[in-house]
Design a protein around this ligand. Structure first.
Ligand code: SF4
Ligand code: MG
Length: 313
C-alpha cells in the first residue's frame, strides 16, 4: 500500500467542492503473505475507510495498492473481478448483511454464483465443507440468520469470505460486537484458519488489546495517518509515538515489565475536515514543542521495521 489517500468532497448545494474530508491521508505499508497486519485507532480515524479503499469498495483519491504485482487502483472493473475473489472482507456485524429470508446456505452460495464457481452440487458441497471449517454443522446450511447467535453469525461471515478461496481477508472489527469469551473463540478460529489455508489478514480494530493478540505487526492510525508501525513485540515493549503510548497506557498490563504510566490525552479527536497543521497529533500531545505546530514530522524507520512520525524521534 503506497501513498493511499481517500478524500471525500464536501459540496455546496450548487455542486462546488467546498472542502475535503481527508479520511485517509497518505498511508503506506507492506503486508507479507501469511501474516496478520493489525490496524488500530479510535473510531473515526479512517481505518475502515482505508480497508474499503484498498479493496476499491470506495474509489481511491490517490496512491497504489499492489497485489501480485498489479496495482489494483489501475485495473478496470472487469480486470478487478478475478482479483475480488482473492480479496475478501469480513465486517463487524455480519447479521446486517445476511438476508433474513434466505437460508444461510443460499446466502453463502451467492458470491460463488456471481463468480461462476462450480455447479449447484459443487457449490453446496463447498459451503457445507466451509461451514464445518468454521466450527459449524453442515446441516446449518438450511437454517435462517435469526436462528444464530452473534458468535455463530461471525463464523458465517468468515465462511462467506472463505467460500471464495481468498488470499487476503480484510477484517473490519470482526469481534468488536461480541462478548469477551466469544471474542477469543473467534480469534482462535481465525488463527487456525490462517495456518490451515495460508491466509493473510488485515485486522482492523479500535481495541489494541485485541489487535496485539492476533497481529504479527501493528500500524497505529490517527486522523487518517499511520503514525507508528512496528512488529507487535516492539510496538508493545517500546512504543515511540506519544499516541501509541497513550493507547497502550489504557490497557491493563499482562506482564510486570509492561506496567506503564497512565497517559491521559487532552481534548477531543479533531475533525478530519480541518486537521491540525504541523503534526496532526499536536493538539493532544503531552510532549508538544513549538515546531510540532507548524512542521509535519516525516515517517522515519527508527529501527528495523519500526516506523514513527514524531519530532522526538
Ligand atoms: Fe507530539 Fe510533536 Fe511528536 Fe507530534 S511531533 S507526536 S506533537 S512530540
Ligand atoms: Mg470503523
Amino acid at each position: 500500500v503506497k501513498g493511499v489517500k481517500k478524500y471525500f468532497p464536501v459540496k455546496s448545494p450548487l455542486g462546488a467542492t467546498l472542502q475535503q474530508v481527508r479520511a485517509v491521508n497518505d498511508i503506506s505499508f507492506n503486508m507479507y503473505e501469511g501474516e496478520t497486519f493489525g490496524v488500530v485507532g479510535e473510531s473515526g480515524c479512517g481505518k475502515s475507510t482505508m480497508g474499503r479503499t484498498i479493496l476499491r469498495l470506495t474509489e481511491p483519491t490517490e496512491g497504489q495498492a499492489i497485489f501480485q504485482n498489479k496495482d489494483l487502483f489501475g485495473l478496470s472493473e472487469r480486470e478487478m473481478k478475478p482479483m475480488r475473489q482473492q480479496l475478501q472482507m469480513v465486517f463487524q456485524d455480519p447479521y446486517s448483511s445476511l438476508n433474513p429470508r434466505k437460508r444461510i446456505g443460499a446466502t453463502l452460495e451467492e458470491p460463488m454464483i456471481i463468480h461462476r464457481m462450480g455447479n449447484k452440487r459443487e457449490r453446496t458441497d463447498k459451503v457445507m465443507e466451509i461451514l464445518q471449517k468454521v466450527g459449524m454443522n453442515a446441516d446449518q446450511y438450511y437454517r435462517y440468520p435469526h436462528e444464530f447467535s452473534g458468535g455463530q453469525r461471525q463464523r458465517i461471515g468468515l465462511a462467506r469470505a472463505l467460500v471464495m478461496n481468498p488470499k487476503l481477508i480484510i477484517c473490519d472489527e470482526p469481534v468488536s460486537a461480541l462478548d469477551v469469551s466469544i471474542q477469543s473463540q473467534i480469534i482462535n478460529l481465525m488463527q487456525q484458519l490462517q495456518r490451515e489455508l495460508k491466509l493473510t489478514f488485515l485486522f482492523i480494530a479500535h481495541d489494541i488489546s485485541v489487535v496485539r493478540h492476533i497481529s504479527d505487526r501493528i500500524g497505529v492510525m490517527y486522523l487518517g495517518q499511520m503514525v507508528e508501525q512496528a512488529p507487535t513485540d516492539k510496538l508493545i515493549r517500546t512504543p515511540l509515538h506519544p499516541y501509541t503510548q497513550a493507547l497502550l497506557s489504557a490497557v491493563p498490563a499482562t506482564k510486570p515489565n509492561e506496567v506503564r504510566e497512565r497517559v491521559i490525552l487532552k481534548g477531543d479527536l479533531p475533525s478530519p475536515l480541518n486537521p491540525p497543521a504541523g503534526c496532526i497529533f499536536h493538539t493532544r500531545c503531552p510532549y508538544v514543542m513549538d515546531r510540532c505546530k507548524t512542521e509535519a514530522p516525516l515517517n522515519k524507520e527508527v529501527t528495523e521495521g519500526h516506523f514513527v512520525s514524531c519530532h522526538l524521534h
